[in-house]
Design a protein around this ligand. Sequence first.
Ligand SMILES: [Zn+2]
Length: 411
Amino acid sequence: MLVRRTSLATAVAATLFCSLAFAADLPPDQLLKKAEAEQKPYLATVKQLVDIDTGTGQAAGLKTVSAVLVERLKALGATVETTPATPSAGDNIVGTIKGNGTKTFLLMIHYDTVFGPGTAAKRPFRVDAQHAYGPGVADAKGGVAMVLHSLKLLQDQKFKGFGTITVLFNPDEETGSSGSKKLIADLAKKHDYVFSYEPPDKDAVTVATNGINGVFVDVKGKSSHAGSAPEAGRNAAMELAHQLLQLKDLGDPAKGTTVNWTLIKGGEKRNIIPSSAAAEGDMRYSDLSETDRVLADGQRIVQNKLIDGTDVSFRLDKGRPPLVKNPASEGLAKTAQTLYSKIGRTVEPIAMRFGTDAGYAYVPDSQKPAVLETMGVVGAGLHADDEYADLSSIAPRLYLTVAMIMELSAK
Ligand SMILES: [Zn+2]
């Protein structure tokens, strides 16, 4: 009897301890304090990363930063594997940290930027009272540092309640992730939760992103002398102009699909009737059925020609897929809102018009993994000279990742 009572008491105590572990050991305001203390080392990491150019394709800079990231992950207790991101320059870096629990997390972000060689030397990292500046400071080196310093906070707390935390840093997001998209999709499937660290432009988490496709119209005509025999030609440029007007409403505002014609070319000389002309357009969408719909509509529409004897074709290249609005992502946003409210802040769930790597992580019609985008530092001026990261967002956002991992690990 005595033995039984003791074991029951122990069991009750253990249950109580488990369910209160997060709240009792680390109240949200104390975790936020630790995150505030982490801001200075966070900024030192961002400076180290920003002051080395890693424009997509710049092999030397990508290699230098890759070596830094590998060492940092190892110091955080990760086993690290690097593989060349062929056909892109640079390595995909995968770090794995094992815990004692069951839930699995993938934290991912790119370490390439859009900036050319010499940019870091021209405008190196600097801070003023409110902002940090430099090439890629928010997009996405601030996100890379967010991952590293969130893991540091978990390590400092000796928190091991997760099953696995996998980190992926890829070197080619800014040109479409051709050398990392397959790895992202493969890794994502093996995890319960995926957090991506692109920067939001306000304190927000993103539950839906757009997919991106390219659309193309090619016209073949027939050249002839524009002065002495124009009637012998078939003017491809005129046909293209006709086609673009016909194709101007290929988008669907109700579904959030946009199609914008952005590049045209045609003709060789002013005195020759052009024998070829072509246009390219940018398509953004969030409804997966829109890719097939736009292709079918485009192919149907171009059959109505202005000039007999021209040849017109319409095609579509699939790019980054969307993170479609889905219950799993919205569930994560709710958790984020609850955890943020505990430190007296609000975080807004948003849908964004950008396309990001979160699209490769999302599995259509599945609850796994649950994907959340823009877990990075709040920033603005992305891809521009005045890009900045908002200093006041650093601590709350470090808190958010750490609290999310602790909370979701206990589920
Ligand atoms: Zn980015």
